[in-house]
Design a binder for this molecule. Structure first.
Ligand SMILES: Nc1ncnc2c1ncn2[C@@H]1O[C@H](COP(=O)(O)OP(=O)(O)OP(=O)(O)O)[C@@H](O)[C@H]1O
Ligand SMILES: [Mg+2]
Length: 272
């Protein structure tokens, strides 16, 4: 489904991503972990074609992603929607209009300028907001919502594109534990119910273990771990983070305690 070969991005002499190789054979929830500067965001940006690779290839369902140009490139960007740590909403615009902006890639400049949205798109946006559990906020300005609610608006905007893949760059790094849990559960549900692939850069080990089917660990642009949450032991984590014996998991933990969660982790591990 997804094949990444020798993928490399250099900035001057520094390789932000250094010959990445991996493949994914079915839609899953894939976590990417690693300390700051490991190359996690650079990978997502290459996959989404926000930045060009220096070398290598990335194929999705047979599509040679890195060579797409013009309209084909824009179609691909619609197929792999991105969400960000800082939500990237238009703060003063109402929630439903923010969600409708997920359709921009298929609308005319004229319609965009005058904020003209087809009625069926508006209904669809409301349906998605309902699914995200935030339909009652549809008419509010985005800035009036909590961080967790804003991230769900951003996910709704991504879903408006009906993407095959959702790329999430540290989606919960700005959220408190409660909201972090809601957002991660939302992403998990989208994967399970819609069969969409989710690739999430995560800065905490426990989140990667709890929600992902498979975890890739990066260090200095290279993949140093690729396995199931169960294989992600403290020793392995220490290696990924390049820490010494004083390494403590607490330093990479968001401490979300939930009695229902271990079951999911066990299930995720079993199916990975
Ligand atoms: N536009 C750029 N120009 C020069 N160097 C860059 C650029 N973008 C990223 N880098 C470098 O590439 C490396 C990887 O950066 P990247 O942002 O991918 O890391 P990251 O794993 O996402 O880190 P973080 O956890 O802090 O978000 C870093 O050394 C960074 O300084
Ligand atoms: Mg990053």
């Amino acid at each position: 489904m997804l094949v990444v070969e020798n993928l490399t991005k250099r900035f001057g002499r520094n390789a932000a991503v250094d010959s990445m190789n991996f493949s994914v054979d079915r839609p899953m929830m894939l976590g990417i972990i690693g300390r700051s500067g490991a190359g996690k965001s650079t990978f997502l940006r290459m996959m989404n074609r926000m930045t060009d690779a220096t070398q290598g290839s990335l194929t999705f369902e047979g599509r040679d992603v890195l060579t797409l140009r013009g309209r084909e490139r824009r179609n691909w960007q619609a197929d792999c929607a991105m969400i960000f740590q800082q939500f990237n909403l238009v703060p003063r615009m109402d929630v439903v209009s923010n969600v409708l902006h997920g359709t921009l890639n298929r609308r005319s400049t004229f319609a965009t300028m005058f904020n003209l949205f087809p009625r069926e798109d508006i209904h669809h946006a409301i349906d998605i907001l309902e699914r995200m559990g935030i339909a009652e906020h549809a008419a509010k300005r985005a800035e009036a919502l909590s961080g967790g609610q804003q991230q769900r608006v951003a996910i709704a905007r991504a879903l408006m594109q009906d993407p095959k893949v959702i790329l999430a760059d540290e989606p919960i790094a700005s959220l408190d534990p409660m909201n972090a849990q809601i957002v991660m559960e939302t992403l998990r549900r989208i994967h399970e119910e819609d069969g969409r692939m989710v690739i999430a850069n995560l800065h905490t080990l426990d989140t990667a273990r709890r929600y992902c089917d498979r975890v890739i660990g990066m260090r200095d642009g290279r993949i140093v771990f690729d396995g199931t949450p169960a294989q992600l032991t403290t020793g392995v984590a220490r290696d990924i983070y390049g820490a010494d014996d004083s390494f403590s998991e607490d330093a990479t933990s968001t401490e979300i305690r939930d009695a229902a969660r271990p079951a999911l982790t066990a299930r995720a591990a079993a199916t990975a």
